[in-house]
Design a protein around this ligand. Sequence first.
Ligand code: BGC
Length: 708
Amino acid sequence: MAKKIGRRTFIKQSTVAAAAAGVTYRTGVSFAAAGAQADEAKVDALLGRMTLEEKIQMLHGTLRRGFIGYVPAIPRLGIPELTLTDGPAGVRHGPGTMFPAPVALAATWDRSLARDFGAALGAETKAKGQNILLGPMVNIVRVPEGGRNFETFGEDPYLTAQICTAEIRGIQSQGVMAEVKHYAANNQEKDRLQVSAEVDERTLREIYLPAFEAAVKEAKVGSVMAAYNKVNGTFSSENTHLLKDILKTEWAFDGFVVSDWGATHSTVEAANNGLDIEMPGGAFFGEALLAAGRAGHVSQATIDDKVRRILRMMVRFGFLDRPAKVGPIDFKAQRQVARRVAEAGVVLLKNEGNLLPLDISSFKSIAVIGAYADRAASGGGGSARMAPLNTVGPLGAIADKIGNRAVLQFLKFVPGKDLSKSDPPTTGAGLLADAAQLAKECDLALVFARDFETEGADRAAITLPDEQDELISTVVQANPRTVVVLNTGCMVLVSRWADVVPAIVQAWYSGADDGNVVADVLFGDVNPSGKLPITFPRTREDTGVVTAEQYPGANGKGLYAEGVFIGYRHFDKDNIAPQFAFGHGLSYTTFEYGTVKLSSKRIKPGESLTVEVEVKNSGRREGAEVVQFYVQDLQASVPRPIKELKGFEKIVLRPGQAKVVRINLDARSMAFYDVTKKQWLVEPGQFKVMCGSSSRDIRVSAEFEVGA
Ligand code: BGC
């Protein structure tokens, strides 16, 4: 029965997305057709005046101090330089705004915030005199240890595609080009320069490619970065199936492909198989390409196509009329965007007995414990590392928040070493005793735990490093009123203590304002509304990638034997209870779901359907809920997941307020990739739509039939 609930507001997915984008996009046409024609004429005119040497100069980077990627200008023709900079969590050309890690953006499940995040990154890129931003990174979390998981948008292709298209639209709204990366199946750091992702076509299409496809078709991304790894035996940078068949032909990508830094391995193969620019230097696409062009091993038409693609994008993005120029940056405004994203991305994993939000008046003393609690967990390492202007750590932010209303005590727990005391270092065990003692003396213990994820190396294990598990167990034993704040870039194993710790907050790497963000959530100035973009397993063995053949791989091959069953798709298939499910995240208020209404109970293959559900804030605080829609094909002829995310909306509701969320399920939401027919296929039969607050908290569902 549908509950009769308050005032109704209709949210329509398509209008929200279009409004957020601020632009109307039409398939195959980026701007007005007439404009596009004029652009092509301009490109052809320029191309006609270029010498072969000038063309080759545009097809590789030139190392220039202070620049991550640089293609020099051709002043004779009025073609400006290309300046490429990282990255996904901040603009690395000098210090600047440190945004939260992309995984935190994904945890917001908020398209309009993703657009704001992109626009802020784009604005800072432009003001730093750069014209291409090397992001977003849209590789799917496959390997739990993956060193770059913090740079991704999680384990689900639909969520990743939604966040990435919004971010790209934001970046490109500033006249800056985004470069979506790393194409494709770049899912581990171990052996990343040579490992071959052995992945079947259906899995590629359904899991690893959709975000790239959406970046190209929907967000009109200007450039794509080819990954380091091989895919099915061929380096991504010379993989004709990926670059030519799929990207440039099937998806009609009219921008250009850049190799990851040092990911080019050949001249003729790479040039003929679809790579357009070698980065960062010209070992293969410099003199060698010039020679190959002269000798006819790479045709004039192929070289022209590459240059045309680059010039086309330079014209489209206005680079020819507006060469990269340094300008002012409103760091205050930038930081506000970063903070809003970080706040909206915090996930309240557990809150037994409503311990949170903390009511300062009920605590006389608070213990803050953790090796890193006095420093911001602002970001991960590698090419996404950002040099922040300044940061705020949790200890300082909490001290500011409570003022003199309670006594704050800090223990900097470092295993085997006590940095907060001047006496000789004690043993790890001794420090655990110190932590227990302090926790016992105080009314409340806040434990901060973190990990350190970085490009170039996978995590050794997905447990917390540095005896932090022992610390948490010890503290909660000493004082059951313990809150754990996790600053990790991806999932960690928490089963040793998760059952006994009453409140757990997942705060990712939250950017420059990490401390402020966490303090605002703990003390209730912000009502958490983030949802997990990844599954937290109970044990490492519970995940879908467990054998050595799968990861790190054997004989140079990483076998994607799990197929489409990664993340929650695997947990559902094998009926394994996760520690915290994909899509999970609590609020300081509660939400009630009405029944699901479908626009039709029976459709033909290829038709779409609208699904709506009414959601009400049944608690006492304003809060935001991410209403999630999952689809199941109940009569599939191939093994298909029990649930696949195909729609979501984040809505803000005042206490007692209700809204109707309506989404459109198009044919693709019901389809699987048919490898024999080489196309997306909707099979006739029964389908189920599940709607809920997480992938394991389905509140209502309905069935429909696709007729033959
Ligand atoms: C990374 C890319 C990055 C590039 C330039 C590479 O090592 O894989 O993501 O954009 O370096 O810094």
